[in-house]
Design a protein around this ligand. Structure first.
Ligand code: NAI
Length: 332
């Protein structure tokens, strides 16, 4: 039995983690969940935003599945998600976006994987506010080491999965220093993979290209803020936030989580789509080499997604979260 840390999170988090647990149990996946939470709920209960028991569990298990955690907007504590990524140097945020037959979208042939740098850039936390002058400075620091790690991770993935092209996304026409650093490292590393095509796009053009001709992209690599925004855009191309998975991967730890947040507008109503978290859990199974279990669950999920009636409201169906999970279980 492999021990996995499970962080249910806030909002719809507990509902979708229950759904994933039920599917894993029905599929006899040989994992044991170690449940630990973080955020406002644990702060209210025990006075810790990231409890020491969670940190110990992560250090021990090295693999976690995580529900979304609410971050106060414009005030309050620093995002727990960002803190966990920085604490354990989970520098690669890997977010696949692939068209699923049965899910109605404007495009029928999207198949790309976004590599977002996950620990620095605009999320470094370097913000200074001058109260008297009413001036705010936010420093988006990127480093050679950080760029090298994420760009290499993207090329390694492309190499392993026989992808044809890696596209770097930047704003080097305006952010000349950061852009030059990122792009020079990109072209250096690209030379080590001569069989993979390497090109680059300025972020604004990239957004336009993605909504006009998304099939031209294969592996995309970018800095933290651009990657955060692009991944929601890519989610929209393939069926929305309810269906896209993600992983935060470092050299010796990985936390798998959906791209979406805690969705307070639908929390507690049993309406949330568990697909995004389930797909993240399937990525986790590949990561820990439980490929047979991953394949079985994915096949049952795809068979369910092919019938709109059996899906949640965001996909045009009428099922609630657990009903949708039970439809998947019936196909295992
Ligand atoms: P959100 O992703 O929670 O919701 C955006 C829209 O998508 C909402 O209309 C929501 O109902 C819908 N949606 C999201 N997930 C869905 C699902 N599984 N099924 C059906 N519909 C779904 O983004 P929002 O509202 O901007 O953020 C809410 C909170 O989540 C904030 O506190 C934010 O900081 C946090 N957040 C946490 C993340 C994490 O833990 N990794 C990631 C993104 C946001």
């Amino acid at each position: 039995m492999r021990h996995i840390t499970l962080i249910p999170g806030d909002g719809i988090g507990p509902e979708i983690t229950e759904a994933v647990k039920a599917i894993f149990s029905a599929a006899n996946v040989p994992v044991t969940w170690e449940e630990e939470n973080a955020g406002q709920t644990t702060f209210d209960a025990i006075g810790e935003l990231i409890p020491s028991t969670l940190i110990a569990s992560l250090k021990e298990n090295r693999v976690a599945l995580k529900g979304p955690i609410t971050t106060p907007v414009g005030k309050g504590f620093k995002s727990i998600n960002v803190q966990l990524r920085q604490m354990f140097d989970l520098y690669s945020n890997v977010r696949p976006a692939k068209t699923t037959p049965g899910i109605d979208t404007k495009f029928s042939n999207v198949n790309l994987v976004l590599f977002r740098e996950n620990t620095e850039g605009a999320y470094s936390g370097l913000e200074i506010f001058d109260e008297r002058l009413q001036i705010s400075d936010s420093i988006a620091r990127i480093t050679r080491t950080g760029c090298e790690k994420i760009i290499r991770a993207a090329f390694e993935y492309a190499n392993k999965h026989n992808c044809k092209k890696v596209t770097a996304v930047h704003k080097a026409n305006i952010l000349k220093s950061a852009g030059a650093l990122f792009l020079s490292i990109f072209s250096q590393i690209a030379k080590e993979y001569p069989h993979i095509q390497a090109d680059d796009k300025i972020i604004d053009n990239m957004c336009m290209q993605l909504v006009v001709k998304p099939e031209q992209f294969d592996v995309v690599v970018t800095t933290n803020l651009f990657g955060d925004i692009l991944s929601d855009l890519c989610a929209g191309l393939v069926g929305g936030l309810g269906v896209v998975s993600g992983a935060n991967i470092g050299s010796d730890m990985a936390i798998f989580e959906a791209v979406h947040g805690s969705a307070p507008d639908i929390a507690g109503k049993g309406l949330a789509n568990p697909t995004a978290l389930l797909r993240s859990a399937i990525m986790m199974l590949h990561h820990i080499d439980l490929k047979e279990e991953a394949g079985r669950i994915e096949a049952a999920l795809d068979a369910t997604l092919a019938n709109k009636e059996e899906c949640t409201g965001d996909l045009g169906g009428r099922a609630g979260t657990m009903e949708f999970a039970n439809n998947i279980i019936a196909k295992l």
